[in-house]
Design a protein around this ligand. Structure first.
Ligand code: PGA
Length: 240
């Protein structure tokens, strides 16, 4: 696990965008795993502006998002579908057919999970997966206690996750479940970059640094992966 400390959020976003750009330079038809949440917004902003300056094309990229809330339609602003349109997909040239986000409105959720897993496999597998980390150590929505062997599945959101994400919702509308890639799905990616920024991630990062592998801290599975980069930093003055 390679740890890279950044001085501020701008640097985190630039470095994350550079890792993605390097991946696409070496393999323009890369399969990229993408994350949502507050942390990667700056990375998407960087990628969009590089695309607008014609420094990069995503035309041959295939993208798979980590997760989606169950019960939120595409049109709902809190869905990760809307997030991706707003922050990234709506501004770049990834073909619509090559953008994948789990379907939180599927009638057959189990079938949707299986199909998601199969389409990742059919694409040749994920070359580079971007993940964030929850205060409870989740990656994707793999909450503490999730099996390291898990594939894409339906999960109950933990109280900690619901608290952290409540800022995006009316209390009554905060979903209780999500579809998420599993820990095994994430671990099959050829390389992984974990983004963590801000003081509320300090404890989770300290736990990750211990190197102890335990199911009660899902991100610890990453210690068993040969190619993980952790980009991290804390707020500098005036931020956050
Ligand atoms: P955040 O979410 O980027 O909004 O902090 C990360 C996560 O919970 O995985």
């Amino acid at each position: 696990m390679r740890w890279i400390k950044v001085k501020d959020y701008e640097e985190l976003s630039e470095k994350a965008a550079e890792i993605l750009m390097k991946q696409l330079e070496s393999k323009p038809d890369s399969v990229i795993g993408l994350a949502t949440g507050g942390t990667p917004i700056g990375m998407y902003r960087q990628l969009v502006s590089r695309f607008k300056r014609e420094e990069i094309s995503f035309a041959r990229v295939t993208a798979f998002n980590l997760d989606e809330y169950i019960g939120l339609g595409k049109e709902q602003p809190e869905s990760f579908y809307s997030y991706m349109e707003h922050h990234f997909f709506g501004h770049v040239d990834i073909p619509v057919a090559s953008r994948h986000i789990p379907d939180g409105m599927a009638e057959n959720l189990e079938g949707a999970c299986e199909a998601y897993e199969s389409s990742i496999e059919a694409s040749g597998g994920i070359d580079l997966q971007v993940v964030g980390i929850g205060q409870n150590g989740h990656i994707g929505f793999n909450e503490p206690g999730t099996s390291f062997q898990s594939r894409t599945h339906v999960t109950e959101l933990s109280a900690s996750t619901r608290r952290a994400n409540a800022k995006y919702f009316d209390v009554k509308e905060m979903p209780e479940q999500a579809i998420t890639m599993g820990l095994q799905t994430i671990m099959k990616a050829r390389s992984i970059v974990l983004l963590a920024y801000g003081h509320e991630k300090r404890d989770a990062l300290a736990q990750l640094r211990t190197g102890k592998i335990t199911g009660s801290f899902p991100a610890s599975c990453l210690h068993e992966h040969p190619n993980v980069t952790v980009l991290y930093g804390e707020e500098s003055e005036g931020e956050g």
